[in-house]
Write a protein that binds this ligand. Structure first.
Ligand code: UDP
Length: 476
């Protein structure tokens, strides 16, 4: 019988985009899919634009915006709070989790209105509160993890073994987790370290991963064999067995944009000649760092396509949209004129998947967000890793040491990455034998990714197995 599933992607472009790709996999396997959406607590033009694009390009998927939650009733005395408490309450991560928690009643009402015609609920990694809704409605529930298997292995372990509300370790402490190469504590997300207000809700959400009936991961077996072995062998959850894990990726959505000026510009460039620099849906740099990048790019003599955003005020926690960048004010004097024949700077946003797949693109300077990582790999591009936030420093470790599809930009963990480093690494990846060897290696991984998705490939088989397991759950 035709299955019907509800996907619940939570908030953020990096969480919505892969969930939409998952929706398409369900559709390909004959299921009916509804994506239940939460409106962000603060306006996010990137999220709205991603949603509009997703809805327009996926007509077989229904997108349903959940009604807003009832206004919070403030408990007596809660209006009296000191500055530190109220600034912690205003932290964007805290606000995000509050919003997700408050969405449980609208989600419950929505699911109830559809029952019994819903076979499963699939949750984003941060939507743990919805586990309780699924339990109440007796509905099978799965996670779709928006990052790699290495991350799952580490976080499932860490979130269940730490008894504190944040991980406070000296940055040089070397950490060892089953399924991951050793890495420094400073590579853990800053959002869960050193008393960050976001640490408690993040760790709590991740600690609930083993409660689901299974975890779908956007990766493929041969990309992360060590992590998958550890997860399957139950080595990652100290006090609980790991539910079944299914590697069903790499799922990449987007692409198909034709009109953007940067794609027209790429059409005029030689094959594999352009270095693309893009730092996720939220990455920004201060003016000083933008200047260093500009100087390094110019000195490298390589062609480039660079997405530049306005710097974010580090004190501003509002998460409000950034204005268009004033490139003349932000970049070194005369830079745009001097480099006009070899480079293009795009303001704020580029159609990344199309850029990466363009025949003229030859390397990718990335912040190591998981979607960007998979998009780079499936385009066969060597990665120059410049992690910024969230789990990206860990991803950098996996990319460089486990998957061997990238190298690190030194200085990402210092005040600035210097112009010399940008120049050296960009030249290295485009001109050296080492860069050629890396490109060849990524080409091989790209082929393995595409094999995994084909009928009979590991990811296709894992999805079929997941559907079978779901059938068995429903017949219990
Ligand atoms: N993206 C894009 N254009 C940009 C910047 C980002 O299309 O200029 C897309 C990118 O292709 C990816 C997503 O935004 O699909 C970012 O997700 P990722 O997991 O890489 O990073 P996050 O934004 O979650 O940090």
């Amino acid at each position: 019988m035709k299955k019907s599933v509800v996907l619940y992607p939570g908030l953020g472009v990096g969480h919505l985009t892969p969930m939409v790709a998952l929706a398409n996999v369900f559709v390909q396997h004959g299921a009916t899919v509804t994506v239940a959406l939460v409106e962000p607590p603060t306006t996010s033009p990137e999220f709205s634009a991603a949603l509009t694009r997703a809805a327009a390009s996926n007509p077989s998927v229904t997108f349903h915006v959940l009604p807003p939650p009832p206004p919070p009733s403030s408990p007596a005395g809660s209006s009296i709070s000191d500055d530190a408490t109220s600034s912690a309450q205003q932290h964007p991560i805290v606000l995000m989790f509050e919003r997700l928690k408050s969405m449980s009643p609208p989600l419950r009402n929505f699911l109830r209105s559809r029952l019994p015609a819903v076979d499963a609920l699939v949750l984003d990694m941060f939507c743990g509160d919805a586990l309780d809704v699924a339990a109440e409605l007796n509905l099978p529930v799965y996670y779709f993890y928006a990052s790699g298997a290495g991350d799952v292995a580490v976080f499932i372990n860490l979130s269940r073994s730490t008894t504190t509300s944040s991980v406070d370790l000296d940055g040089d402490t070397v950490l060892s987790f089953p399924g991951a190469p050793p890495f420094k504590a400073s590579d853990l997300p800053q959002e869960i370290s050193n008393g960050s207000p976001g640490a408690k809700p993040i760790l709590h959400a991740l600690s609930r991963l083993p409660e689901a009936d299974g975890i779908l991961i956007n990766t493929f077996e041969s990309l992360e064999p060590r992590a998958m072995r550890a997860l399957r062998d139950g080595l990652c959850v100290p006090d609980h067995s790991t539910p079944p894990v299914y590697c069903i990726g790499p799922l990449v959505s987007g692409g198909g944009e034709k009109e953007h000026e940067c794609l027209r510009w790429l059409d005029t460039q030689p094959e594999n000649s352009v270095v693309f620099l893009s730092f996720g849906s939220m990455g920004t740099f201060p003016k000083r760092q933008l200047e260093e990048i500009a100087i390094g790019l110019e000195r490298s003599g390589q062609r480039f396509l660079w997405v530049v955003r306005s710097p974010r005020d580090p004190e501003d926690m509002s998460g409000k949209p950034l204005p268009e960048p004033d490139l003349d004010a932000l970049l070194p004097e005369g830079f745009l004129g001097r480099t006009k024949d070899m480079g293009l700077v795009v303001k704020s946003w580029a159609p990344q998947v199309d850029v990466l797949r363009h025949r003229a693109t030859g390397a990718f300077v990335t912040h190591c967000g998981w979607n960007s990582t998979l998009e780079g790999i499936t385009a066969g591009l060597p990665l120059l890793c410049w992690p910024l936030y969230a789990e990206q420093r860990m991803n950098k470790v996996f990319i460089v040491e486990e998957m061997k599809v990238g190298v690190e930009m030194s200085g990402y963990d210092e005040e600035v990455v210097k112009a010399e480093e940008v120049e050296t690494k960009v030249k290295w990846v485009m001109e050296s034998e080492g860069g050629q060897a890396l490109r060849k290696r990524v080409e091989e991984v790209k082929d393995k990714a595409s094999q995994a998705l084909k009928e009979g490939g590991s990811s296709h088989a894992a999805f079929v197995e997941f559907l079978k397991d779901l059938d068995n759950m429903r017949s219990l």
